[in-house]
Design a protein around this ligand. Sequence first.
Ligand SMILES: Nc1ncnc2c1ncn2[C@@H]1O[C@H](COP(=O)(O)OP(=O)(O)OP(=O)(O)O)[C@@H](O)[C@H]1O
Ligand SMILES: [Mg+2]
Length: 241
Amino acid sequence: MKHKTVEVKNVLRTQAMFENLQSRSMITPGIGLIHGPSGFGKTTTVTYMFNELTLSGHQPLYVRCYATDTASSILARIMNEMGADPMFPLRKMVDYIIRNMNEKGLALFVDEADHIVGQAKTMETIRDLYDSTEQPVVLIGMEEIARRISHRKQLFNRISEWVEFKAADIEDVNLFAIELLDERVKVAEDLLEYIRSKSAGEVRRILIALEKIERAALASDEDYVDLHSWGDRPLFLSHRR
Ligand SMILES: Nc1ncnc2c1ncn2[C@@H]1O[C@H](COP(=O)(O)OP(=O)(O)OP(=O)(O)O)[C@@H](O)[C@H]1O
Ligand SMILES: [Mg+2]
């Protein structure tokens, strides 16, 4: 399997969302939300965009949240991203980050935001960063985040862009196969459709299945695999017959 990010629909929608945030008018708020189930490609997409932005000279800030995070540890991680040491009291870090975001026009991506959405102080700190810089801030999380954030009115009112990650459709699965599989291996439409339905459109599981087929095909010199020739060989980790 090749290692690259495939520009499936969720990726294109996320790119469009970020462009909207960057080019928004002064009256439109600038917080974006990306949400969807585990394994659908949210982190991969944001990392891909991070790299693209970096190449075009607009490197954003990216922080991933952890279960044990507090406002203090998140701020320290953002400082670290900026190449600076933590400062105390917290207000000093907030000031430093705001100054840097303003001077350099830095957008902020906060991945795994589910871990902090229940913490009023941390969420208000992120809102403070947005309010004082008006740089795009993008929160990324799972299904629950959309519902839980809707209860935080002050933050919720500043969200102007949403992307809900959808299950991969057959076009997406086709694109993964074309772009990621070894050129010697062709997977038939019926097997791709089987993968799509059994994986429930979860990218992580789709790629596991494609990799299995690729390995088996290369090992046995098959250049075309369809549902019939695949037979009852297992495709997914959880697959039981
Ligand atoms: N567009 C893509 N192109 C190539 N590989 C992808 C793509 N999207 C996802 N993947 C692969 O699928 C796997 C799961 O993706 P990812 O970790 O980004 O999901 P996630 O939505 O962030 O999940 P979680 O909520 O568990 O963090 C990764 O191993 C990644 O390599
Ligand atoms: Mg993720």
